[in-house]
Design a protein around this ligand. Structure first.
Ligand code: AHM
Ligand code: MG
Length: 365
């Protein structure tokens, strides 16, 4: 009988229940992760069925532009809404910052939940003991029409200060809600991603290592398949958009030339792999090792990836798996964002590979 019961394995739901039983102060985080996992299951189904349901292509016939000047795809808009609602109804999230929202959203409104005697009652988000959640609902969405992997990236911060002085205007938030949003990666309490690929995987950290769960559609649960992921100290793969090579910093050009030609520290000739979808590229790097990045170039001095909801959450994962994540020289987890949608050069992966890359920048000083 025991064997039959064990067939399900350790689900993400059970994992978080056990974490919060052992650490009652993390009970709110359990609710929050439950909201995110629920949203990821819905997004996985939306992505799976997108070509059947007509959910491919641009939103509003191409007229929908986000604050970063990017055209939003239909799936960007829908998945943002799915995640926002899932988080809001946990009652544990005060502020949400998303790639697809111009300014952070403050969950201050009352909403209705089922009450006693079949009635509905108004509740407001419990001010205090709340979290700030940052996310990119569907990273790599430009690839989705061609069935290339995509992913959801998220990061969770605790509110660093009281929300009393939070000012919400039509097109901006100021005061404590902005200060609570602009926290450095080092303040993250959880981060992770959900990868929508040949299988759907939820990989995350709460600051005690990295665990990977694979979605078992037959039971509707994420099941622990990759406990305690450790990045190999070295890999043999580099992963960057090489079309930008001639615009990269000289130290990075020299480093990549060295590992391509067997002149690097290991004397191995590295292979190149680049999906162009950060979640897939980071996932491969976590499992196989090597270095992945979106570096600075002449046109884009800060690279392409966003610090708050792409680079910092992924840096937390990389470090928790024993790897390293730098802008070139500087540790990304140390950076305090000045703006919600700020970009940052990102180079991360196996500890020794990233340190070798860094040595080319040191040599330039
Ligand atoms: P997005 O957030 O608009 O989807 O863009 C981010 C994506 C990353 O997933 C990926 O690493 C990068 O853009 C690829 O950019 P490029 O096509 O310039 O190589
Ligand atoms: Mg993105």
């Amino acid at each position: 009988f025991d064997e039959v019961c064990e067939q399900t394995g350790i689900t993400l739901t059970r994992y978080m229940m056990e974490v919060s039983r052992a650490n009652p102060e993390l009970r709110d985080l359990e609710s929050l992760i439950s909201g995110i996992q629920q949203a990821c299951k819905t997004i996985s189904s939306l992505v799976d069925r997108a070509t059947i349901t007509g959910m491919v292509g641009y939103a509003n016939g191409g007229g929908s532009i986000n604050v970063q000047g990017e055209e939003q795809k239909k799936l960007d808009v829908v998945t943002n809404d799915v995640l926002k609602r899932a988080l809001r109804f946990t009652g544990k999230v005060g502020i949400i910052a998303s790639e697809e929202e111009d300014v952070p959203v403050f969950n201050k409104d009352a909403y209705k939940v089922p009450g006693g005697e079949g009635k509905y009652q108004d509740v407001t988000v419990d001010i205090g003991s709340k979290y700030v959640t940052v996310f990119d609902p569907l990273d790599g969405s430009s690839n989705v029409d061609a069935n290339i992997p995509t992913g959801t990236i998220f990061g969770v911060y605790e509110e660093a200060e009281s929300m009393e002085n939070c000012m919400v205007n039509d097109d901006s938030v100021e005061g404590s809600c902005l200060l609570n949003t602009l926290q450095p990666g080092d303040a993250l309490v959880a981060s992770g991603y959900c990868l929508y690929s040949s299988s759907c995987m939820f990989v995350f950290t709460i600051g005690a290592g990295v665990n990977g769960f694979t979605y078992d559609r037959s039971i509707g649960e994420f099941v622990l398949t990759h406990p305690n992921i450790q990045l190999p100290k070295r890999g043999k793969i580099y992963s960057m958009n090489e079309a930008n090579r001639w615009d990269w910093d000289k130290p990075l050009q020299d480093y990549v030339t060295a590992i391509q030609t067997g002149q690097g520290q290991t004397k191995a000739k590295y292979s190149s792999r680049y999906i162009g979808s950060m979640v897939g590229d980071v996932h491969r790097t976590l499992l196989y090792g090597g270095i992945f990045g979106y570096p600075a170039d002449k046109k884009n001095k800060d690279g392409k990836l966003r610090l708050l909801y792409e680079a910092a959450p992924m840096s937390f994962l990389m470090e928790q798996a024993g790897g390293l994540s730098l802008t070139g020289k500087t540790r990304i987890m140390d950076l305090v964002p000045q703006k919600v949608h700020q970009r940052v050069p990102f180079l991360a992966g196996s500890y020794d590979d990233v340190m070798e890359m860094r040595s080319y920048y040191d040599a330039c000083d």
